[in-house]
Design a protein around this ligand. Sequence first.
Ligand code: PGA
Length: 247
Amino acid sequence: MARRLAAGNWKMHGLGADLAELEAICGAAGQGCEVLLCLPATLVHRGASTAAGRIAIGGQDCHVMPQGAHTGDVSAAMLADAGASHVILGHSERRADHGETDDIVAAKAQAAQLAGLIAIVCVGETLEERDAGRTLEVVGGQLAASIPEGVDLARLVVAYEPVWAIGTGRTPTESQIAEVHAALREGLAMRFGAVPAGQVPLLYGGSVKPGNAAAIFALPDVDGALVGGASLKAADFAAIIAALAAA
Ligand code: PGA
């Protein structure tokens, strides 16, 4: 069985005053699942200090290099040094806004693991790709190419995030989520073997809310969620954490 993980992604939201929300989220963490909050880079250090080990803190991207002349970028070692244990890589907003390809995501995952971080690799189809019946082909291709050779599976999490479900309030049907998660597990099993593949947490992301979390967590091969908007409010994220802990 994979570890269960409730992961929040604050995206480009959050100032120092919002650490009060993080404090409340720490209060909601308990037995039954791990809790992670991926903060903007500016808040990682303060967030890790506030959390003091009660929940894990992550970044939302890292550079492929450990250091260098890359103005404005943040390396995996810098995130780790600031107190992060995880980093989201290849989120569809990074792929769309910054032209990140599967090759770049794989290089970032390698860099993240070298720095000791757990890499959360995101995959997901667009609405056009789903409507064209290409979901499994697209997601399978991203999975294969975004996970680097020599990956440490103990430091890997995969998140399925259909692009059309992110921030839209629309979610796939339960059978659509289950179909993709089964394909992801199968893809990992073909490459790494069934037992190691079974230990990689598979998260669903895209408009997860208190009202739909329990049904999503009841699906086979769903080990948790990557939550955007609903992780900004402690009450909402706490309800999602509780649903996962009870699943
Ligand atoms: P959402 O975002 O929960 O706001 O849809 C999910 C994500 O992008 O990780």
